[in-house]
Design a protein around this ligand. Structure first.
Ligand code: ADP
Length: 636
């Protein structure tokens, strides 16, 4: 028999017991029926700052203190009545403070069956309980936050394909939470059919690559209501690195999506309104400008009348510019600007812009310095549109510089780009506004008393036009009162044979041969003013104010050129055009559509109806003149 030598090193059974129980971290005590300690281990004694020997033999009440003893007394009564028991209790120990204890009592019975004492095993749970309480508080807080924020949570087991979901998640889906779980199949059934595939792909992407991410998608509730949600998920991997779970949140973002949609809708309606407004404002402007032109040609002798005529002319022009800007910005916003790009030299654009802006600069008494590029710089650009952008910068320089300022326009090359710069010594731009002035309706000074009129869209248009040409525009200023610089950069056209660049010189202006012309417009002012202008150019002009009348007059007048309004009540311009093409008298006449609408689609329609030309109202005298030039050769 092998005898373990260790117990024999210990003299008595009591020493042996002490040795073994002292190794335990939990407190153990053996008490007698008289409620005195028979034995305690080290862990028990240390709690009271004593050694086991100092406790043995003393009464429980004395060692624990009166208060603590009273609180556990009922349990001692029960164990001494023979009941084994376990309980948890908050005890206030004198000198130690409040502790939360777990106690297990075992009654001790002697050979005769008498109760002679009990053994107590006591565990201090205070730290654990505090942690548990803290955890529970945090969880409550989290749950409150989730509920308040409408955030649902999920914990998706990728192996079983079952997700544990919070009640908020089920509320978002509009279903009962049941046992709090949802299978992957059930989830797929909630996802909107149009979004399902996309979200699944997104989830697979997260599982296979990134490990975390989120996306918006729609869910369909059982009652058919569609809600937008945003999910955010994070993959948790097992020890081998394989994705095991995905935890995440689901947020109902329907309100946000609706707000975004109504903003977009409002924005679209604003653009449409601007387009309609500008279009409607243009109609009365056309005859006013025509009338002013006529006054110009006829030149009333009375200086007062001349003065009045000039005012009409100038103000109508200014109004036209504002209306054109409005129309342009609404076109830009709706992506409906068409560019007619051609190979053009930068200086031609600069010249054109100067032509427009020089009067404005001169009126303000500014000194203008222009530097042209040293070499010809060729661009692929819409000359009119680029000149418009540049002219907007020049007009601004004139507007935002005190009378008698110095404005410098320089152009040149910077690497593979052409650069045009407009520099003024005017009021300057505060640095915090520099990035904003290109936004629609942005103005530095928004007070009604500000000296300069304008809608705050000139720069928006300029930037859009420049960007549509693959270029960029920037503004710089050293601050208020320190002047401003606007710089446009545009890509240069690819090289081409120099021979191609030879431009035909425009011939000497000669009077044209006269033409038979018919003007058809239901707006009598429009028709008559255009007719008058054409007559002053030496043509034979007749007018008509509706379709049937137009057909009649055409048969009799046999016009070579017909201006035809599209939007007329009864028979519209398209129909009239078709019929004119069917009449032998007008089969070969030049048919020009006049309309407020100049989009690709409108042009296509008018072409289909048999029109040769499509002019947008108000008709520009220059466009009219070149039209007449084409038809009627100039006389020597
Ligand atoms: P508008 O001139 O009609 O207000 P713009 O879009 O052309 O609209 O310009 C927006 C704003 O940028 C102007 O209101 C003005 O405050 C500022 N701005 C533009 N050009 C200049 C400049 N050359 N100097 C100082 N401020 C300028």
């Amino acid at each position: 028999m092998v005898i373990d030598p260790r117990p024999q090193r210990l003299d008595t059974a009591r020493e042996y017991l002490q040795f073994v129980t002292d190794a335990a971290a939990i407190a153990i005590a053996h008490c007698s029926a008289e409620r005195r300690f028979v034995f305690v281990n080290k862990a028990y004694a240390e709690r009271f700052g004593l050694t086991p020997d100092q406790i043995a033999g003393r009464s429980v009440a004395e060692v624990l203190g009166k208060g603590a003893y009273e609180s556990i007394r009922p349990y001692i009564d029960r164990v001494l009545a023979g009941e084994p028991l376990q309980y948890e209790i908050d005890i206030e120990y004198s000198g130690i403070g409040r502790r939360y204890m777990h106690c297990a009592y075992t009654p001790e019975v002697d050979a005769q069956g008498r109760l002679v004492g009990w053994v107590a095993v006591v565990t201090d749970m205070t730290d654990r309980r505090e942690l548990e309480q803290e955890l529970a508080e945090r969880e409550t807080m989290l749950r409150l936050a989730q509920r308040a924020g409408g955030v649902g949570t999920f914990d998706w087991d990728l192996v079983t394909q079952v997700a544990r979901c919070s009640s908020v998640y089920f509320e978002i889906l509009g279903v009962d939470s049941g046992d709090g779980t949802m299978t992957t199949e059930e989830w797929q059934a909630y996802a909107h059919p149009e979004d399902r595939e996309r979200v699944i792909k997104h989830l697979i992407g997260i599982l296979e690559d990134s490990g975390a991410g989120g996306a918006d998608y729609r869910v369909v509730r059982p009652d058919g209501e569609v809600r937008w949600v945003h999910y955010a998920g994070q993959v948790l991997r097992d020890r081998t690195g394989k994705p095991a779970r995905m935890i995440g949140t689901v947020l109902d973002i329907t309100d946000r999506k609706q707000a975004e949609e109504s903003l977009r809708e409002a924005d679209r309606r604003k653009d449409e309104f601007l387009a309609t407004l500008a279009h409607e404002l243009r109609n009365p402007l056309a005859p006013i400008r025509n009338a002013a032109q006529i006054l110009q040609l006829k030149g009333p002798p009375d200086p007062t009348l001349q003065w009045a005529r000039d005012i009409i002319e100038r103000q109508a022009q200014q109004l036209s510019r504002l209306v054109d800007d409005l129309l342009d910005v609404s076109r830009v916003n709706r992506g409906k600007v068409e560019l007619r790009k051609e190979r053009v030299e930068l200086s031609a654009i600069v010249e054109r812009a100067l032509e427009t802006s020089r009067p404005v600069l001169e009126d303000a008494g500014h000194r203008l310095t222009v530097t042209f590029p040293e070499e010809p710089l060729w661009l692929i650009a819409d000359t009119t549109r680029m000149a418009q952008a540049l002219s907007n910068l020049l007009n601004n320089a004139a507007k935002y510089t005190e009378a008698g300022g110095h404005i410098r326009l320089s152009s040149g090359r910077d690497g593979d780009r052409a650069v045009v710069e407009v520099r003024d010594d005017g009021i300057g731009i505060p640095s915090e506004m520099l990035s904003r002035i290109f936004e629609m309706f942005a103005q530095v000074d928004t007070s009604l008393e500000r000296a300069q009129g304008g809608l705050g869209i000139g720069l928006t248009i300029a930037r859009s036009l420049v960007e549509m040409h693959g270029g960029a525009i920037e503004a710089a200023s050293d601050g208020s009162g320190k002047g401003s610089v606007f710089r446009i950069r545009l890509p240069l056209a690819p090289e081409r044979d120099a021979a191609d660049e030879v431009q035909a010189q425009e011939g000497e202006r000669m009077p044209r041969a006269s033409l038979r012309i018919l003007v058809v417009d239901d707006n009598e002012d429009s028709a008559e003013s255009l007719a008058m202008w054409l007559r002053l150019q030496g043509n034979h002009v007749r007018t008509a104010h509706d379709g049937p009348q137009a057909l009649d007059v055409a048969q009799e007048h046999r016009p070579e050129l017909i201006f035809l309004d599209i939007g007329m009540p009864g028979m519209n311009g398209y129909e009239v055009a078709r019929r004119l093409r069917g009449q032998p008298e007008t089969r070969d006449a030049m048919l020009v559509a006049m309309t407020g609408w100049g989009q690709e689609e409108d042009r296509r329609q008018s072409k289909e109806a048999g029109f040769d030309q499509h002019l947008v109202k108000p008709l520009e005298p220059k466009a009219l003149a070149s039209l007449l030039d084409c038809l009627a050769p100039r006389r020597e």
